[in-house]
Design a protein around this ligand. Structure first.
Ligand code: ADP
Length: 610
């Protein structure tokens, strides 16, 4: 094992001194398609397969462009001169023009040097002229199969334009195409552009009739004698063509042509390198028989299929489709999955939050509703207490008045009423009446003296807080609250809770007043303002207004026009306002609706503010 490895290593170091010299003959030039691709493939395969260093020397059979034997002889002499000091180890001719050249000049061209003809169509090989030193890697062009491919993909094709030049090799192929195709397709119009200049070819390609196809053979020397290396010309035609382009070789596949069966530079290159290396290794060229290379499985360009609307169902079984652009899903599968997951998660979160918010708003409305109801209950219970004590306190003087009045009535019925007694009775009634009104005054002052917490307040803030408190209730009852809070502060002294109760009462009354109106008109305004040393607050609505000739009667206890009303809300409101040394008045607005105004003295600090 070790010995084998050593001998290989020794062989390699020894070979490094003596490289194998390979003369490569190109057709027309080194950059002419399709042969350029074959040359590249052969070199790559040399590098991959060789056991020795290989010195490749490239020459081009430029003369083949124009079929001039005289010049060719001089080219043979030139090569002989170049290799005078030692012939190459192998000659490789790429393409039919190079193959024709070497076969023609075989006797003068290194006759004892082995030669490989490659990338040459089998009918371009002069098989009878091959020497013992020659090996061939031939390819086969199946012209009917190439055209059958066009009709398979585009069954309605009526015109086929063949792009081909006018060099000797191209003339040969023009003849072959005409001979093999025309008799089989009598209904198809064939046009050949071999006599056209390249600009004319472009013009033709752009203006083909409907149901046309272009078959690209090659355009190496156009009708005007201009030489084309292939790649550029094909691209230019593709850019202007109004019909799909077909061809026969892999080296024209990759952007411009639709595809189909084709010869392959890669496979030919591999085979050529393999045979060349066997010859360099000592095998006799004539002993190496290589079967002609056939087309591989048909290949198609997905972009071209798309462009010409050719369904994949028309492709032959086993064919390959290349250059398929991956869909966005295929490229960004993970990113799309991730983004979708995030969006779904986000949507779930949003809907949970929206649901929560709705629940919260509902709960808030309910709680405000309860607070407002509580305010009413306060009002009612306060009124209940008041009623009980008023009744109790008034019972006695009223009872005495009644007794006295009845006594007076009896006295007046007698024939001689005792005027003195009557005077005393009237005096008693007057006294009891005074007592009754004293009871009321005392009760009112009792309420007035009800303990409340005096503190420094900003009336604006008190109003704002009350509005905020009632806003959800107003929204729920479909009423628009329109606050107009004065700029700055309105400092007063008072009880925040009681004042809020007053404002709340006014707003709740206003809501009651407009509850009979249709939706968009239900509006309640609340304004605060400073007037000299006073702070003012007004609550107005666009309801029916107060149905009284004396508006101040609404402040009287037990005055109500509501079926369930108690008539104590405004009475208590007035008591509270007056306990703050303020005044409350009710009015109707000229344009309709009621307005309640409260006027409260500013605190010392408030008055000091300019
Ligand atoms: P209640 O609301 O229990 O009736 P109030 O003392 O708060 O007691 O109101 C007394 C009455 O004053 C109401 O029944 C209603 O007739 C009248 N009133 C109060 N506010 C308004 C208003 N904004 N528009 C019209 N009338 C009102």
């Amino acid at each position: 094992m070790l010995a084998t490895m050593l001998s290989v290593a020794l062989a390699r170091s020894a070979d490094a001194v003596e490289p194998k010299r390979v003369l490569v003959l190109h057709s027309y030039g080194q950059n002419f398609k399709p042969w350029r691709d074959y040359a590249v493939a052969i070199r790559q395969e040399f590098e991959r397969q060789t056991r020795w260093p290989i010195d490749v020397q490239d020459f081009s059979v430029v003369t083949a462009r124009f079929d001039d034997n005289n010049v060719e002889n001089q080219f043979v002499e030139y090569l002989a001169a170049l290799f005078a000091h030692g012939a190459p180890d192998l000659v490789v001719a790429i393409g039919a023009p190079a193959a024709l050249f070497v076969q023609q000049h075989r006797t003068d061209l290194f006759p004892s040097v082995p030669m490989v003809l490659t990338a040459v169509e089998e009918r371009r090989v002069r098989w009878s002229a091959l020497t013992q030193n020659d090996a061939v890697v031939a390819v086969r062009q199946d012209i009917p199969a190439l055209f059958a491919n066009i009709f398979r993909l585009l069954p309605e094709t009526k015109t086929i334009a063949v792009v081909i030049g006018d060099s000797p090799n191209e003339r040969f192929w023009l003849g072959e195409f005409r001979r093999e195709i025309e008799p089989t397709m009598p209904n198809v119009k064939m046009t050949y552009w071999n006599h056209k200049s390249f600009p004319e070819v472009l013009k033709e390609a752009a203006t083909l009739p409907p149901y046309s196809a272009i078959f690209w053979v090659q355009l190496q020397v156009d009708g005007s004698g201009a030489v084309h290396e292939g790649e550029r010309a094909l691209k230019d035609i593709h850019d202007v063509a109004n019909a799909p382009i077909f061809s026969y070789d892999e080296s024209f596949f990759g952007g411009e042509t639709v595809g189909g069966p084709m010869t392959s530079a890669t496979r030919t290159g591999r085979k050529t390198a393999e045979i060349a290396l066997r010859i360099l290794d000592g095998e006799a060229p004539a002993d190496i028989k290589t079967p002609t290379l056939q087309y591989g499985p048909a290949k198609y360009d997905w972009r071209q299929l798309q462009r010409w609307g050719i369904p994949e169902s028309r492709l032959p079984p086993g064919s390959e489709v290349e250059f398929r652009s991956p869909s966005a899903w295929e490229i960004y599968r993970w990113q799309i999955s991730l983004i979708t997951a995030v969006i779904l998660l986000q949507s779930a979160l949003i809907s949970i939050l929206v649901h929560e918010r709705r629940r919260r708003v509902l709960a808030e409305v309910q709680s405000r509703q309860r607070s407002a109801e509580l305010a009413h209950i306060n009002r009612f219970s306060m009124a209940g207490e008041l009623t009980a004590s008023i009744a109790h306190e008034l019972n006695q003087p009223l009872g005495a008045i009644l007794t006295n009045a009845e006594s007076a009535a009896l006295i007046l019925k007698s024939d001689a009423p005792d005027l003195k007694e009557l005077r005393e009775i009237v005096e008693d009634i007057r006294r009891d009446d005074t007592r009754a009104s004293e009871v009321i005054i005392r009760l009112r002052s009792l309420l007035k003296r009800a303990p409340f917490e005096q503190s420094d307040l900003d009336l604006n803030q008190v109003a704002q807080e009350t509005i905020e408190f009632l806003q959800p209730l107003a929204t729920a009852r479909d009423v628009e609250l329109d606050p107009g809070i004065a700029a700055g502060t309105l400092p007063i002294r008072g009880d925040r809770i009681q004042l809020q109760q007053v404002i709340m009462n006014l707003i709740v009354n206003a809501i009651d007043a407009i509850s009979g109106l249709a939706g968009p008109h239900r509006r309640i305004g609340l304004q605060t303002a400073r007037d000299g040393d006073f702070a003012e607050i007004g609550v107005c609505d666009n309801g029916p207004g107060i149905m009284l000739d004396r508006f101040d009667r609404v402040f009287e206890p037990f005055y109500t026009t509501k079926p369930q009303g108690m008539g104590m809300g405004l009475a208590i409101a007035r008591t509270i306002v007056e306990a703050h040394d303020g005044r409350i008045v009710a009015e109707n607005k000229p344009e309709g609706g009621a307005v309640f105004r409260i006027r409260l003295p500013l605190s010392k600090a408030g008055r000091a503010l300019a």
